[in-house]
Ligand binder design. Structure first.
Ligand code: UDP
Ligand code: MG
Length: 319
């Protein structure tokens, strides 16, 4: 039993939704028994083009548990959707869950038990045991991304998902982080609270269609690294230093050859050097530009999302 452990009077479940009209009813049915119904489910419609909002409204009207719905004016992204859900949470702990039935709901009771019985644990991460079957190049790129991320940001997020159980104090700290470009998985980890991991098997997505295109994934990878680490910016200095020593060696080599009477190979060397150094300069400038854009976006301080509707069930009337 739960002697002297934590008490979970209410669990908030935050679910970002983009075009999920077909999945929400089934997901909702799976969720209502959790924590003996002492839950609030928060659906965030992140600019869906289908009838997701209508389904959410129906759940708000008819559900036996407390339901809140937030609707964005357009697609602001999953991270923004999660944060807007956090803003209206009133539970003692919060679970973030995908709407597409890929995250196994039967893990939540295990997370609850763990949280109740381990007072020093504030975050429970669901780690996927195996990745879904992806094409070789895509899975190699994902592998490379995690390597670069862990090298430049100092944390290993391999196999991490956005399926997490958070003590409410973690959520409050997360909301208080002032930056606009928030990377949920990374920042929750960065907060430094004690965490533990549970392994899960990711279900196949119904219809097997992710809402992330390849270009979106590349942008996401770039954003997460640049918003988290200044190492790429600093590495430009090292690159410059390396090029300086390289040119020093080349200069000495050329001088020695000149003194010995055999001049250095001419035209191709010059062309290669101009092209090589030129591309390094342009790449470095581009990198500086990326950081400048980050600063630009943070300084504009636009809201991370705009709501077009917000509703919740008259839960007390139903009790
Ligand atoms: N999602 C969202 N906004 C977006 C993209 C995705 O709210 O711009 C939601 C989506 O409805 C799902 C979750 O985020 O509930 C994960 O999306 P998806 O299944 O496409 O990602 P994957 O499982 O491939 O990482
Ligand atoms: Mg998914």
């Amino acid at each position: 039993m739960n002697k002297g452990g934590r008490v979970l009077d209410k669990l908030s479940i935050v679910i970002p939704c983009l075009n999920e009209e077909k999945n929400l009813a089934e997901l909702h049915d799976e969720l209502i028994g959790i924590n003996n119904g002492k839950i609030e489910i928060i659906y965030i419609d992140d600019g869906s083009k289908d009838k997701t909002w209508e389904v959410i409204e129906e759940l708000i009207e008819n559900s036996s548990v407390q339901v809140k719905g937030i609707r964005f004016t357009k697609n602001f992204g999953k991270e923004a959707a999660i944060e807007s859900g956090f803003n209206v949470c009133t539970g003692d702990a919060v679970v973030t869950l995908d709407a597409d039935l890929q995250h196994p709901v039967d893990t939540i009771p295990k997370m609850i038990e763990f949280w109740k019985n381990n007072k020093d644990v504030y975050i429970i991460n669901a780690l996927k045991e195996t990745r879904q079957t992806e094409p070789f190049i895509k899975s190699a790129l994902i592998h490379l991304y995690y390597k670069v991320f862990s090298f430049s940001c100092g944390m290993n997020l391999k196999n991490h998902t956005d399926f997490k159980f958070l003590d409410i104090c973690v959520v409050k700290q997360y909301i208080n982080l002032p930056e606009k470009n928030k990377f949920y998985r990374g920042l929750v980890n960065w907060l430094g609270y004690n965490s533990m991991n549970i392994n899960i098997k990711i279900n196949e997505r119904p219809g097997n269609k992710t809402s992330w295109g390849n270009l979106q994934l590349i942008k996401y990878a770039k954003n997460t690294i640049l918003s988290f680490s200044d190492l790429p910016l600093k590495s430009i200095t090292w690159l410059g230093l390396f090029l300086f020593f390289f040119s020093l060696v080349m200069t000495i080599d050329t001088l020695v050859k000149k003194i010995n009477g055999s001049s250095a190979e001419g035209f191709p060397t010059v062309i290669l050097l101009i092209l090589g150094i030129g591309s390094v300069i342009i790449f470095s400038l581009g990198l500086i530009g990326e950081y400048l854009a980050e600063i630009f976006n943070e300084i504009k301080a636009r809201p991370r999302f705009v709501l077009s509707n917000k509703k919740e069930s008259d839960y007390k009337d139903k009790q």
